[in-house]
Design a protein around this ligand. Structure first.
Ligand code: SAM
Length: 288
């Protein structure tokens, strides 16, 4: 039922673009680079510092940090999953880069580094995949040197535009039931994707001990015309490897036939229409 997604490298290179047109993919890549650049401006990286990229994935932040340091510092590519580190290492090998970095395989809830050893900790879209965010933020605080900075970006999915908001009850079977189910899913405290917002993150940072923590909410509005097949892609693509797809999430509330009907009603209603989606996110800039 769900698209096969073996690991994070595959998700980052393929699955995250599911349901996007080539123009949208190009826009997404530009947006990722813009987010990366904001995080790095916040981080004020200096040449000889130790920089920890937590949940590096395909190395979006770490590769740029390495470039900014001209390979003269120590950029730590860290991830819970080996496939990510192997892929980053492969790229470094191909580019004959063999200094200024190290690989660290560990979950961010147990970072395999001594206390107070990192100047800057960077992160993008990792906490959103962790149910209990406090232990991870405590660990980041622990490994930072006094005065060190934690600079990050996380999507705030709970306040994004919901499906029911872009649909018309007249054209959707069981619209009210699906609306109720979606609202309930978005308030599930055990779902890492939506069990937090800017206020809970601010609280997590304060509890961890950060003396100065700025959590800036950013709301992005994007408009585009829905294409044939796009809704099925939204529903059949996992938000991360091994996680249930949106369709599977709805199947906790409805049988498969009802979910398929909802998807097909939504597709019929939306195809060719211009929709406006709100996507919220935060930039974190915190100092130990
Ligand atoms: C959405 S990707 C983001 C990757 C990268 N930071 C970027 O901006 O492209 C999430 C990353 O978090 C990693 N990850 C998930 N859970 C983790 C955990 N508990 N500890 C460390 N990394 C984790 C995944 O392996 C994946 O690389």
């Amino acid at each position: 039922m769900s698209e096969v997604c073996e690991n994070w490298t595959q998700w980052l290179k393929q699955n995250r673009f599911a349901g996007q047109t080539p123009e949208m993919i190009e826009q997404t890549i530009k947006w990722l680079e813009a987010v990366r650049d904001v995080i790095l401006v916040y981080a004020e990286i200096q040449p000889h510092e130790t920089i920890l990229d937590i949940g590096t994935g395909t190395g979006l932040l770490a590769f740029k940090a390495l470039e900014l340091q001209n390979c003269k510092g120590n950029v730590i590519f860290s991830d819970k999953f080996q496939d990510c580190l192997l892929d980053c290492q492969r790229i470094l090998d191909q580019s004959c880069i063999n200094e200024g970095y190290q690989m660290l395989l560990c979950p961010c809830e147990h970072i395999a580094l001594p206390d107070s050893t990192v100047h800057k900790a960077l992160m993008r879209s990792v906490l959103v995949h962790i149910v209990n965010k406090q232990p991870a933020i405590n660990e980041i605080y622990r490994v930072l040197k006094p005065g060190g900075k934690f600079c990050a970006f996380e999507p705030i999915i709970s306040s994004n535009t919901r499906y029911w908001e872009i649909l018309d009850p007249v054209y959707i079977d069981k619209y009210e039931d699906f609306k109720k189910a979606e609202n309930e899913m978005m308030e599930n405290p055990l779902d890492s994707l939506c069990n937090f917002d800017q206020n809970t993150l601010k609280m997590n940072l304060e509890i961890a001990g950060f003396s100065n923590s700025d959590v800036k909410l950013q709301e992005v509005k994007s408009n585009y015309v829905v294409q044939e097949g796009m809704v099925a892609q939204w529903f059949n693509n996992p938000p991360s490897p091994g996680q249930p797809t949106t369709k599977e999430r709805y199947m906790k509330y409805f049988d498969e036939g009802a979910v398929d009907k909802f998807i097909s009603d939504a597709q019929k209603y939306l195809t060719g229409r211009e929709i406006s989606l709100k996507t919220n996110a935060v930039f974190i800039n915190a100092t130990k």
